[in-house]
Design a protein around this ligand. Structure first.
Ligand code: SF4
Length: 196
């Protein structure tokens, strides 16, 4: 059984898969306590692997991108669940959004690494490669992750809740990327467009 916060069908708002229809499986629980975390780690419903897959099938409307998120999904995802999700149909792509502090099982097709080691003490990122590396900027130093092997590097302007500060964060992100073109901007389009 796995503790699931929610399973929902929407568009991925950030990073490489921006705009793609997906089913999100949000696991409850994390090994970190980031000061800005907005996830309720205590709430959730215990579900079997078969329950999770049935819910994905029920709501996906043909979406082939299944995003495992959290919390920290790598603490809970195992080979059996991955096999069952892949068995839904041959084109299924399983993506995971992870803080990188816990090894991943085999069978994940796309890894989004969002390290939090600059915000929480005594945290070690153990993943050395990923599909996309995504950092909130400013507030983190992108140069700390030069050694990570990845296909895409994204900086996401920090959403402070204040329009004035957000404008400054956007300007800082643009300025950094102009000087470091290996990075691209990722916008939280679901927030900007108010997509559920
Ligand atoms: S790693 Fe993510 S889910 Fe975990 S505490 Fe930090 S922000 Fe929250």
């Amino acid at each position: 059984m796995k503790k699931i916060n929610e399973i929902f069908h929407s568009l991925q708002g950030e990073g490489f898969h921006t705009g793609t229809a997906a089913v999100f499986v949000r696991f409850s629980g994390c090994n970190l306590s980031c000061p800005f975390c907005d996830t309720n780690h205590s709430s959730g419903k215990m579900m079997s692997d078969d329950d999770i897959v049935s819910e994905i099938v029920r709501i996906r409307h043909g979406a082939t991108l299944i995003i495992l998120t959290g919390g920290e999904p790598s603490l809970f995802v195992d080979d059996i669940l991955l096999e069952k999700i892949h068995a839904i149909e041959s084109g299924i792509v399983i993506a995971i959004e992870t803080n990188g502090t816990h090894p991943l099982p085999e069978g994940i097709d796309f890894v989004t690494l969002s390290p939090k080691d600059q915000f929480v003490e005594n945290v070690e990122v153990v993943l050395a490669k990923c599909s996309e590396l995504k950092l909130v900027y400013p507030g983190s130093d992108p140069s700390r992750y030069c050694h990570i092997v990845c296909e895409h590097r994204f900086l996401q302007p920090c959403d402070s809740g204040s329009p004035q500060i957000n404008r400054a964060n956007m300007a800082a992100t643009v300025a950094y990327i102009k000087e470091h073109p290996q990075w691209r901007m990722s916008l939280q389009t679901h927030k900007i467009l108010n997509i559920d």
